[in-house]
Design a protein around this ligand. Structure first.
Ligand code: DSN
Length: 448
């Protein structure tokens, strides 16, 4: 034994494989509600365990510095063309290996260390990749924009009632601080951001407006939510696995004039090899979006509205009721009123996990003011992308709200509800909005 680990290789191998199998069993019978997650189709799973996973192809297609890339190049070119078509973009780069690297690509292309950068704070829905190294109060945040790029970060103000960027306050601040770069987009992204309202002022002060579409890329490319490139942004970064139901990867789309600076930022700036199996998986995902995407994205939004409505009617404090709760896949709930009964966000997350209902705690914009911490914040965040891919519709959202009500409001034991959750899930075992396959959504595929 080494620090509690059996070092017998055979035993360890079997143990790891057993853990993987258990994980697949868990998700086969769970309600997956994490807004940043989704499930890929069997065709995409096949691509991501292909030989592409073993290869190198540094640089741009047709200009690689390794042999053996002829099929890799053809797949990547198809992927690029599909990105351009679906996002109606002049230029696409599918080499960033994650959403954070996609953001870093735009930071590198459009700004320099010590430049002033504006985005939402983490507490108001921003992502850690937008955050400074140190908070204003001297607390260590370690955000990518500060830690890696050394930006001077000013926050975009949030209108807490509207759960959106406060346009008047943002315009005033942009005129004052004259940022080189302003980023719209968020990790709690309920409503389209005011790109059109901000762009002229950002440009007047000499800055550039960009957009992080990590959460909403699968809505945007199917004609929903908003169309940032038409509304005035220079470029959009994204991850490819949230509402866009692809493998874990990143991408950037931009106006034609930014092609060279973005290409250079990606390679040799931020990547060496760019995970070719995920590029192949992304290409297949984009084909799926071309064929099935409009129905999928429309249903994601219908489902999130239905789930929010049912939860609200059950008595949950779902945010932004006066605006129909959400225009995306995401719902935010204030659970501070459950503090004495079940606890705050982390307690709610853990209790629901016992019933195989998987979601995450989330900060509310007013948590810091009210003395709450990100480890046990006042909110929970829910997303409907993965449930939609499993074929669920509005009726199932009502059922899911009931499960949550019974555990969190009526005090039923989660272990008892879990048995019903498993029954409920047994009907939804295939991935939808993709090419037909016999493989189940969470089937553990054994090759060895
Ligand atoms: N942290 C992820 C999210 O859950 O939104 C994004 O990277």
């Amino acid at each position: 034994m080494l620090a509690g680990i059996d070092v017998d290789p055979e035993g360890l191998f079997l143990r790891i494989r057993n853990l993987l199998n258990q994980h697949h069993d868990l998700f086969s019978f769970a309600i997956p509600l994490i807004a940043s997650e989704n499930i890929v189709s069997p065709a995409v799973r096949e691509a991501i365990c292909s030989d592409f996973a073993h290869r190198y192809a540094e640089g741009w297609t047709g200009e690689r510095v390794y042999a053996g890339c002829q099929f890799v190049d053809e797949v990547e070119l198809i992927c690029i063309e599909l990105m351009k078509k679906l996002f109606r973009a002049d230029f696409a780069d599918v080499r960033p290996i994650s959403g954070v690297v996609a953001n870093l690509t735009l930071y590198t292309a459009f700004a320099r260390p010590l430049d002033t950068f504006m985005a939402l704070s983490v507490a108001t829905g921003g992502h850690i990749s937008m955050a400074p190294l140190m908070g204003k109060s001297g607390v260590f945040l370690g955000g990518t924009a500060g830690a890696v790029k050394g930006f001077n970060i000013e926050y975009l103000p949030l209108d807490e009632g509207e759960m959106n960027i406060d346009v008047d306050a943002a315009l005033k601040k942009i005129r004052e601080v004259k940022p080189q770069l302003v980023l719209c987009g968020a990790s709690v992204f309920l409503f389209p951001h005011p790109v059109k309202e901000l762009v002229d002022t950002v440009n007047e002060v000499g800055g550039k407006l960009i957009y992080d579409a990590a959460h909403v890329a699968g809505l945007i490319c199917n004609g929903y939510f908003q169309d940032p490139l038409r509304e005035g942004v220079e470029a959009m970064s994204m991850s490819t696995h949230k509402t866009l139901p692809g493998p874990q990867h990143g991408a950037v789309v931009a106006k034609a004039e930014h092609e060279e600076v973005i290409k250079r930022a990606v390679f040799p700036g931020l990547t060496s090899n760019h995970h070719l199996h995920n590029v192949a998986g992304l290409a297949i995902t984009l084909v799926e979006m071309l064929k099935f995407g409009k129905k999928y994205a429309g249903q994601v939004i219908k489902n999130s509205k239905a789930l929010a409505e049912s939860l609200y009617e059950s008595g949950f404090d779902v945010l932004a009721e006066h605006k129909g709760f959400t225009e995306s896949h995401t719902i935010l709930i204030d659970v501070a009123n459950l503090k004495d009964k079940v606890g705050l966000g982390a307690d709610v997350e853990k209790l629901l996990e016992k019933a195989n209902i998987i979601l995450n705690r989330n900060m509310l914009p007013w948590d810091v003011r009210e003395g709450r911490h990100y480890k046990n914040p006042g909110g929970i965040r829910l997303g409907t992308s993965e449930l939609t891919r499993l074929g669920m519709k509005e009726g199932e959202m009502v059922q899911i709200a009931e499960f949550m009500e019974r555990i969190l409001l009526d005090g039923e034991k989660p272990e008892k509800v879990r048995e019903e959750v498993k029954d409920f899930r047994s009907e939804f075992q295939k991935v939808h909005y993709c090419f037909e396959s016999a493989t189940k959504a969470y089937e553990y595929i054994k090759i060895h």
